[in-house]
Ligand binder design. Structure first.
Ligand code: FE2
Length: 325
């Protein structure tokens, strides 16, 4: 477990980036996607003044040519800010298997400010805890967890296909154990792939008199878009929720632990909503940069401010119109 220090009376600021997805080719000098990513991260760091940067996965594509160089370039960019940074793997980081993901993790770990633990291989790669301490007392925990790549799913007609990954029962046991060990301190869970429950939360919260495809992030702040009981929601949903196709109860298990107040994920590049559902804040982090597919109006990152009163999320949008042209 890593421990970082919070200054009394001040928020501890975490900047979360996600789904940067840059290939080695796109890291070439002068490549538009590189310029967009560098500008975006620079502006996020300048505006957010984070004390920790986290990344919720899909940093690159593990099976692309020269992938190790892409991971190294990304690590060097984060290292240049000289503050601690941490990450979880996304499905694309895991898509070449555990051995390759392990080599890429070693590249990241060769950097001084990188916080990452491979953890117990039975749980995947990169299940670990970052604690935030104030005057020697633990006040918050970040549970960093691996949501894997894809798992088999058997359809009602008996055919087997791949569904997006999810947390496994031993990971839920691990999380419960860590939470108990840390006295149930308030916490956030950072992983790549959302719970199935992200679908239920949006269905319950959204006012279906409106088409979510036609609402902008700024407009979504208007409570008329949200049902009663969910008026503190915000954000947009421009694509489906890429969770495992059925609910295996991970959200219930995590929520039952009682200490996790926020879950922050990536995976979907053009969803950025944040909804309090059954006592937990379920949120998408804003996608960082143009890699893979993106919506230019949803470029940026998400701050997690650890206040004396728990964690608060805040999106920072970064305008890169001048680079895109
Ligand atoms: Fe993903």
């Amino acid at each position: 477990m890593f421990t970082l220090k919070k200054t009394p009376g001040r928020d501890f600021v975490v900047l979360n980036l996600t789904d940067t997805h840059l290939t080695d080719e796109e890291w070439a000098n002068g490549h538009k996607n590189r310029l967009i990513l560098e500008r975006t991260v620079d502006e996020l760091v300048r505006k957010g003044s984070p004390e920790l940067i986290t990344v919720s996965g899909d940093i690159s594509f593990a099976d692309h040519p020269n992938a190790e160089r892409a991971y190294e370039k990304f690590a060097s960019l984060l290292e240049s800010y000289r503050i601690p940074w941490a990450f979880v793997w996304g499905n694309h980081d895991n898509q070449a298997g555990a051995e390759v993901a392990g080599r890429h993790a070693d590249i990241m770990l060769s950097h001084e400010h990188c916080l990452f633990e491979k953890g117990d291989p039975a749980l995947g790669m990169g299940n670990y805890v970052i604690g935030v301490e104030e005057e020697g007392r633990l006040v918050y925990a970040l549970y960093m967890m691996d949501s894997h790549d894809r798992f088999d799913f058997t359809d009602s007609d008996g055919s087997v296909r791949k569904g997006w990954g999810h947390l496994l029962p031993p990971q839920l046991d691990w999380l419960r154990g860590e939470s108990e060990r840390l006295g149930g301190v308030r916490s956030a869970l950072i992983m790549h792939i959302p719970f199935y429950t992200y679908r239920d939360a949006f269905e319950a919260a959204w006012n279906h008199d409106f088409d979510p495809m036609k609402v902008s992030p700024a407009e979504s702040l208007d409570p008329k878009y949200w049902n009663e009981g969910y008026r503190d929601s915000r954000g947009v949903k421009y694509e489906g929720v890429g969770s495992y196709p059925v609910d295996l109860g991970e959200f219930d298990a995590v929520n039952g632990i009682g200490s996790v107040e926020i879950t922050l994920v990536g995976h979907e590049h053009i969803n950025d909503y944040e909804i309090s559902y059954r006592g937990m804040r379920l949120a998408y982090s804003l996608k960082t940069g143009a890699g893979c597919y993106w919506n230019q109006a949803l470029n940026g990152g998400t701050l997690l401010r650890i206040t004396d009163d728990g964690g608060k999320l805040e999106n920072i949008f970064v305008n890169v119109d001048d680079i895109v042209g």
